[in-house]
Ligand binder design. Structure first.
Ligand SMILES: C[S@@+](CC[C@H](N)C(=O)[O-])C[C@H]1O[C@@H](n2cnc3c(N)ncnc32)[C@H](O)[C@@H]1O
Length: 229
């Protein structure tokens, strides 16, 4: 999720471009947050300085639903943070399958491993602590589902490293693709995150090997389906 929060949209734990009333209504008409995720969210707010980075209940439920529909044998997440989205994604992994999740910061990684155990997912989720660019070189696919949610100015590089390892028909999800709405006025943006997200969105739009859907949920979630290598 988003690293900065300078606008009034919100949900329980983070950012949204939806009207607050709409977000609350949507949350109220979504199945309740599992206790383990609720506890993880509370601990993340108490123990980290950027709790808004966690996916939160609305987006987490969407990730879980997508994973349940894809039923991947092998999945990958870039940007674990405290593990909220990893737990959601892991819920849909096929029997005997694995979710690899990568985080460069060991501190939130500790919280994540505690909650992977609490969720009974410690044998499903394989946690990697280190730089995604190093770890991705060692991971082989084929991945059926990938979630990109780390540095916003590196999205094209993550995508290009991962794409050859995604199976045909596989799904790549990219978070924060509306970046607080700043994508609408990129000429006014001088920050590298906005530039990175705008470049990524253009790159995906022009990529002949995928079809994509940018969903205006929360801070924007793009669903990308691989058609061919
Ligand atoms: C937005 S947070 C992830 C939130 C998490 N996916 C969730 O929804 O709960 C992004 C995380 O990516 C990590 N990160 C950024 N660049 C990275 C890199 N090159 N390799 C590994 N982790 C990285 C950051 O330390 C941060 O914890």
């Amino acid at each position: 999720m988003a690293e900065n929060r300078n606008h009034p949209g919100f949900d329980v734990s983070g950012e949204s471009l939806l009207l607050p009333g709409i977000e609350l209504y949507a949350l109220d008409h979504t199945s309740p947050e599992p206790e383990v995720l609720n506890a993880l969210s509370r601990e993340t707010h108490l123990r980290t300085t950027s709790p808004q980075m966690l996916s939160g209940h609305l987006q987490g439920t969407l990730l879980r639903m997508i994973s349940l529909m894809c039923k991947p044998k092998l999945a990958l997440e870039i940007g674990t943070f405290t593990g909220y989205s990893a737990i959601c994604l892991a819920s849909g992994i096929s029997q005997g399958g694995t979710l690899h999740t990568i985080e460069c910061n060991p501190e939130p990684g500790e919280i994540a491993s505690k909650y992977f155990r609490k969720a009974g997912l410690e044998t499903v989720i394989h946690q990697h602590i280190g730089d995604a660019f190093d770890i991705l070189q060692e991971l082989n696919g084929p991945f059926g589902l990938v979630f990109i949610d780390a540095n916003k100015d590196d999205y094209i590089r993550y995508f290009e490293m991962v794409f050859p390892k995604v199976e045909t028909g596989g799904i790549i999800l990219a978070d924060n693709t509306l970046w607080y709405g700043r994508v609408l006025t990129p000429q006014a943006a001088t920050d590298r995150e906005t530039k990175g997200i705008v470049a990524f969105n253009e790159y995906i739009r022009n990529h002949s090997g995928v079809e994509s859907l940018l969903l205006p949920v929360r801070d924007g979630l793009t669903i990308i389906r691989k058609l061919k290598s």
